[in-house]
Write a protein that binds this ligand. Structure first.
Ligand SMILES: Cc1ncc(C[n+]2csc(CCOP(=O)(O)OP(=O)(O)O)c2C)c(N)n1
Ligand code: SF4
Length: 298
């Protein structure tokens, strides 16, 4: 059974405003990501009572508090595990997972790999600022070699993770990269990620204006090049995507690297779940029989 996205009627950005305003530093890239998520939900007209935003811990992980959907602010690095449980319990929900590079590729790296190989139907947006923002500027798994941070005052000596190559290698069925300085492009990627039936991953350059003085908006702007501008680029070709993922320097590709639609999402591959959300009970067990089981147990 395909996951049904519930459409709204006349959802506006104002409807998606959270109860509190973000307390991110002025200029933080995460503002652009929040705005792009809100815009994408409005453009797709997805009923916000059917959306759940789930996060770990970090500045970026505060996002579910700033948007009017259901949400869960979970443990550092554990958002994808919680989101998997939620999606399997009710696969009619639109599940968005948000967080940082420390949360997702450091402490949560294990969940990242396994959620991709399982093809859980959700959109995972990493606000990648190449630093730990919330804990005031330590090196993260995506910090470049040589970058000076609070934890590496003489320069980072560890090679960074390449999130795009890692996602491709782990079997993600939708892989993209955005830039919070290009909201229109990012909104479009988020819309595609939501509509994809399976695991969608978006690595988003989201500058930390307070602690990362290397990877700034000014640094990114001349470097980011949209894959969509190359009419010969084929996002269905895994090998080309892997080659593009290795580019870093004067040219850094953004856009949709890869998508395949021939693999079932986890809930669709499981026969009982495929008959309907568990939330409504096992569809193969009549309600009176299920009640009988429960009474016997009591
Ligand atoms: C188990 C555990 N370990 C460490 C921490 C401390 N901690 C909180 S957020 C964070 C990293 C935040 O960096 P990132 O995920 O990149 O998000 P950002 O703040 O940059 O958006 C760390 C190490 C924690 N909360 N829980
Ligand atoms: S510390 Fe960095 S990541 Fe955190 S809110 Fe400020 S600019 Fe954003």
């Amino acid at each position: 059974m395909a996951t049904g996205v519930q459409r709204a009627s006349q959802l506006t950005v104002a409807d998606l405003k959270g109860r509190v305003d973000p307390d991110w530093c002025p200029g933080c890239g995460d503002f652009g990501v929040l705005a792009a998520i809100q815009k994408a939900l409005v453009e797709l007209q997805i009923a916000n009572h059917n959306v759940v935003a789930i996060s770990g811990i970090g500045c970026s992980s505060n996002l579910p508090g700033y948007i009017n959907t259901y949400g869960m602010h979970t443990l550092h690095g554990r958002a994808l595990a919680v989101a998997t449980g939620l999606k399997l319990a009710n696969h009619e929900l639109t599940v968005l997972v948000t967080g940082g590079d420390g949360d997702g590729f450091g402490i949560g790296g294990n969940h990242f790999v396994h959620t991709m190989r399982r093809n859980v139907d959700l959109l995972y947006i990493v606000m990648d600022n190449q630093i730990y923002g919330l804990t005031t500027g330590q090196t993260s798994p995506t910090s470049r070699v040589g970058m000076k941070t609070k934890s590496m005052p003489f320069g980072n000596i560890e090679a960074p993770v390449n999130p795009i190559s890692l996602a491709l290698a782990a079997g993600a069925t939708f892989v993209g990269r955005g830039f919070s300085g290009d909201q229109k492009h990012l909104t479009d990627l988020i819309k595609q990620g939501i509509e994809h039936k399976g695991f969608s991953f978006l690595d988003v350059f989201s500058p930390c204006v307070t602690y990362n003085h290397d990877n700034t908006y000014q640094w990114y702007r001349p470097r980011v090049k949209k894959l969509e501008d190359d009419s010969a680029y084929d996002a269905g070709d895994w090998t080309s995507a892997m080659e593009k993922s290795l580019l870093w320097g004067e040219e850094i590709p953004i856009g949709k690297f890869f998508e395949r639609t021939d693999l079932p999402a986890l809930h669709a591959a499981e026969p009982v779940l495929n008959e309907g959300p568990l939330l409504y009970g096992d569809p193969r067990v009549p309600a009176d029989v299920a009640r009988g089981f429960i009474e016997e147990l009591m």
